[in-house]
Design a protein around this ligand. Structure first.
Ligand code: BG6
Length: 483
């Protein structure tokens, strides 16, 4: 078992993310002996909480996420937590925070190691990073920083934020978190692609007709209207999660599994990402907004949303590369709020082959990420007692027992941060390229809005999104596999 001495400082310690994800995940790591004894966590936020109150919150967060816990363990774990009321714009507060971190470092023999976690409103990330630098909050051991999304609002603001963070942290010590990279089935893409001759050998434009990625959500924007209306589906889901999935599907095989090699393979691919022109955006992208129903609000009527908003709650589009194993293969994606169901899936659609039976079903590979975790390949075989071809699925699925053992994405990714493995985090060069693509689409949309000819499809809630998305395919023989 590895014991990693560290003082962790969470900016946003009273927030929802800390409560729902970080505290329960840290507890799980603690229970497994992956962190113990030499660690302390300082939760900071503006509220005037006490150490004791934070510990109660931590204990509540664990009880809410675990059916059975050993109360002594919970108590021992919570005793490692400290609270510091903190205004992120106040210089004095950083001085106090630094003193507390130093005291705890001595008490817990944390060897000068510091882990900073930005878990609060993104508009404060730059300010915090600047103060960490100016007030010398870093320790004499390792210094790592975890940054939540969104990392910037466009390329220019992402570059500015990156500059502020790299003033104190090396690229290798910056962990830009994308929780999709912690998901079991997303982590399965590389082994599936690179260990199966059956799959690896058909991974090219010769056999793959197109790839389709769907990140559908049943929920609407809920209480996040204020944030969402400045973001939209393209920035909220495509810029990060969908592009990371695309990259894993299209990158060349890394020379080994080290973080450097994996990032290198991704970077090599991304150089050849085609950035769409305004005409291509018009042709290959669809944006939409959900309408209301008897029991739900239309997007424009949601709390904190501009009634004239042009922000999209749905987007479908296309990406393509000029190099890599699937150069030239169209990768279609779509994501939206208020779909008929929660469903995250990837369909790899293979080309038809000539055969003496005439018609056959398409032979596809599907990776289901959520809510189920499975991979299935649709295959053709003979019908039992009549002529013709029937379709069956070969399924690779996890048992309930196995699924119960799968750690939450956050637990996995936090562990990676502790052991300094940045494989499943977004490198700056990846993020930069994703923003270049997103900015091209956003700029084209912006110009359409200004010219008064924005085409925002209105779609009925709890169905499949706007029907206009059926028209983004390159050929009439293509269609969405998941309908
Ligand atoms: C987040 C987005 O990054 O991902 C949310 O900000 C979205 O809008 C969420 O609901 C979806 O994550 P998951 O894991 O539920 O698919």
């Amino acid at each position: 078992m590895k014991n990693i001495p560290v003082i962790m400082i969470i900016f946003g310690g009273s927030g929802d993310l800390a409560h729902r994800k970080l505290y329960p995940s840290l507890f799980n790591l603690y229970e497994q002996g992956l962190i113990h004894d030499n660690f302390a966590v300082i939760g900071t936020a503006r509220r005037p909480w006490s150490h004791e109150y934070l510990r109660e919150q931590v204990s509540d967060a664990i009880h809410e996420t675990h059916d059975q816990v050993d109360e002594n363990e919970v108590k021992a774990f919570a005793s490692h937590f400290y609270y510091q009321s903190h205004d992120v714009t106040n210089v004095e507060h950083y001085v106090t925070l630094k003193k507390l971190a130093q005291e705890l470092d001595d008490r817990y023999s944390a060897q000068g190691n510091r882990l900073f976690y930005m878990a609060m409103a993104p508009r404060f990330f730059g300010t915090i990073a600047t103060h960490i630098n100016d007030q010398h909050l870093t320790g004499s051991g390792f210094n790592r920083i975890v940054v939540e999304k969104p990392f910037g609002h466009d390329l220019a603001s992402a570059e500015q934020l990156n500059k502020e963070i790299t003033a104190s942290f090396d690229e290798n010590d910056i962990f830009r978190i994308d929780h999709y990279l912690g998901k079991e089935m997303i982590q399965n893409i590389m082994p599936m692609r690179f260990t199966n001759p059956l799959i690896k050998n058909i991974w090219s434009g010769e056999y793959i007709k197109n790839i389709q990625i769907t990140l559908a959500e049943r929920l609407g924007v809920e209480a996040r209207g204020g944030y969402y209306d400045t973001s939209g589906a393209l920035r909220d889901m495509v810029q990060n999660h969908i592009f990371q999935i695309i990259t894993l599907l299209a990158m060349p095989e890394p020379k080994d599994l080290s973080s450097d090699s994996v990032h290198q393979a991704k970077q090599e691919l991304l150089k050849s990402l085609i950035i769409p022109t305004p005409e291509e955006v018009k042709k290959n992208f669809v944006r939409g907004q959900y309408l209301g129903s008897d029991t739900t609000f239309a997007y424009k009527k949601e709390p904190n949303v501009d009634p004239d908003s042009t922000t999209e709650t749905y987007v479908a589009g296309k990406a393509k590369f000029t190099s890599g194993p699937i150069a030239g293969v169209p990768i279609y994606f779509r994501t939206g709020k208020e779909f008929k169901e929660k469903k995250t899936r990837i369909d790899i659609v293979l080309k038809h082959i000539n055969n003496p039976y005439g018609q056959a079903h398409s032979n596809n590979i599907t990776i289901e990420v959520d809510p189920e975790s499975k991979i299935y390949i649709t295959v053709n075989g003979k019908k039992i007692d009549e002529p013709g071809i029937r379709r069956e699925d070969l399924t690779y699925v996890f048992s309930k027992e196995e699924m119960a053992k799968v750690p939450d994405g956050y637990e996995r990714l936090l562990h990676d941060v502790f052991v300094n493995d940045s494989t499943n985090f977004t490198h700056w060069s990846e993020l930069k390229r994703y923003w270049e693509f997103i900015d091209a689409v956003e700029d084209a949309w912006q110009k359409e809005n200004e010219a008064g000819n924005s085409e925002i499809a209105q779609y009925l809630p709890y169905r499949m999104g706007p029907k206009e998305a059926d028209n983004i395919f390159e050929s009439p023989t293509e269609h969405w596999i998941y309908e």
